[in-house]
Design a protein around this ligand. Structure first.
Ligand SMILES: Nc1ncnc2c1ncn2[C@@H]1O[C@H](COP(=O)(O)OP(=O)(O)O)[C@@H](O)[C@H]1O
Ligand SMILES: [Mg+2]
Length: 338
C-alpha cells in the first residue's frame, strides 16, 4: 500500500509528532509498505508518482528540550494556511493517510474532515469525534452524560478571573495537549499568573479541581482496553518536560492494580472512548482519586504519542502486540472502517 504519514504541523506538539511520524514511517516500511513522510505545514516539493513513496525506513528526529516557537515557524511560510501547498495532492494519490499529528488541526478534526471530504481513508477517529475529544470542556460534558467520573470545573474566557474557585486547582487551555499551558495553582495570585500563561495558547481555559492520587493512562485498540500504564513523575506533575525527556518519569506497565481495579479502570476507559464515539484507537488519561478510589477521567487523546516508548505502544507491548503490528493494525483499520 502507498501510505502518506502526516506529521509536524502548526502545533505546540509538532516536535513530538515529527518523532512519532518518523518511527511510524520506518515501521510501515519494515512491514513492506511504500511510505511518504511529510511535515504537513510546509509545501510538499516532491513528485506525485509512485516515486514519492519509499520502502527504505531511515527517518530520524530528535525532540528539542523546549516546545517549538510557533511565531518563528509561521514566518517561514507566507500566508495563514495550516496545510502546505501540494500536501493534499500527495494524500490524494495515497491509499491511506496515517495521521501522526498531535494537537492543532491534526487532533481537532479539521484534517480528518478535509480528508474524508476528499474520499481519502485516514487513521484514527472521524472528524466529529476528534472535535469533541480535543475540547476538554465538551469532553467533560459528554463524560458526565455517560457516567464517566471527571473533576469538577469551571470554564473561563479571555483569562477572566472566575468568582468561586477552590484551591488547589489545575488551570489548562481547553484544547491543547502535552501539558502545554497547564499549571497547578494554590492561591489567587498563582491563579492570575496561570490564567495569563494559559491565555498565550488559547482564550478558552478550564479550571479544574485538583485530583490527588495515582495517574494512569489506558489505550483502546479496536474496541478493547489495553493493559493500563501508571505514570509516576519523579517530582512535580506530568508536564511537557516530564513527558518527553527520558528518565524524569517512571512508567509502570501493566500498572500495579488489583484485578478488580484494573477491570474497573478498563471499563471506565471504554465508556469514555464510547462517550466520544472514538475510532479504532485512543488513549484515555485518568487519576485515581485517593479519597474515593474513583478513576477520574482527565481527557481522551485521539492521536496519542506513537514512538515505541510512548504510552500506548508500551501498553500494546504488554498485551503482546509489537510496535510494527500496532502501526499496521492502525493503518489497516483505516481501510476496513471505510
Ligand atoms: N484535575 C487534575 N488534577 C491533578 N492533576 C491534573 C489534573 N488535570 C491535569 N493534571 C495533570 O496535568 C497533566 C496534563 O493534563 P491533561 O488534562 O491530561 O492535558 P494534556 O492534554 O495536556 O495531556 C496530567 O497528565 C496530570 O498530571
Ligand atoms: Mg493528557
Amino acid at each position: 500500500m502507498k501510505i502518506t504519514v502526516l506529521a509536524g504541523g502548526f502545533s505546540p506538539e509538532r516536535d513530538v509528532s515529527l518523532l512519532s511520524g518518523s518511527l511510524i514511517a520506518n515501521s510501515l516500511c519494515k512491514s513492506g509498505h511504500h511510505v511518504a513522510l511529510v511535515d504537513v505545514f510546509f509545501p510538499y516539493e516532491g513528485v506525485l508518482t509512485d516515486d514519492a513513496f519509499t520502502t527504505d525506513g531511515n527517518f530520524m528526529y530528535t525532540i528539542p528540550k523546549d516546545p517549538p516557537d510557533l511565531d518563528a515557524l509561521r514566518k517561514k511560510v507566507p500566508g495563514t494556511a495550516l496545510i502546505g501547498e501540494r500536501v493534499l495532492d500527495l494524500c490524494a494519490v495515497s491509499d491511506v493517510v496515517f495521521l501522526a499529528l498531535h494537537g492543532g488541526m491534526g487532533e481537532d478534526g479539521r484534517i480528518q474532515a478535509i480528508l474524508s471530504s476528499m474520499g481519502i481513508p485516514h487513521t484514527g477517529s472521524d472528524f466529529s469525534s476528534c472535535l469533541c475529544a480535543m475540547d476538554k470542556y465538551l469532553s467533560k460534558l459528554l463524560f458526565r452524560a455517560h457516567g464517566v467520573p471527571t473533576a469538577d470545573f469551571v470554564l473561563t474566557k479571555n483569562g477572566e478571573m472566575p468568582r468561586a474557585v477552590s484551591y488547589p486547582c489545575v488551570v489548562k487551555p481547553c484544547s491543547c495537549g502535552s501539558s502545554v499551558g497547564v499549571s497547578i495553582v494554590n492561591d489567587e495570585a498563582e491563579l492570575k499568573n496561570a490564567l495569563d500563561f494559559a491565555k498565550r495558547y488559547e482564550t478558552k481555559i478550564l479550571i479544574e479541581d485538583m485530583i490527588f492520587g495515582r495517574e494512569f493512562s489506558v489505550g483502546i485498540l479496536n474496541g478493547k482496553a489495553l493493559p493500563a500504564i501508571e505514570i509516576r513523575p519523579k517530582d512535580g506533575f506530568y508536564d511537557y518536560e516530564r513527558k518527553y525527556q527520558s528518565g524524569l518519569t517512571d512508567e509502570i506497565c501493566p500498572a500495579e492494580l488489583s484485578e478488580a481495579d484494573a477491570k474497573r479502570l478498563a471499563e471506565t476507559a471504554l465508556k469514555a472512548h464510547r462517550a466520544l464515539n472514538l475510532g479504532s484507537y485512543s488513549r484515555i488519561d485518568f487519576i485515581r482519586e485517593e479519597k474515593t478510589g474513583r478513576f477520574m477521567c482527565l481527557e481522551a487523546n485521539t492521536l496519542p504519542g506513537m514512538t515505541p516508548m510512548s504510552l500506548l505502544p508500551q501498553e500494546a507491548a504488554a498485551a503482546g502486540i509489537s510496535y510494527d503490528e500496532l502501526c499496521l493494525t492502525i493503518a489497516m483499520s483505516a481501510i476496513s472502517s471505510k
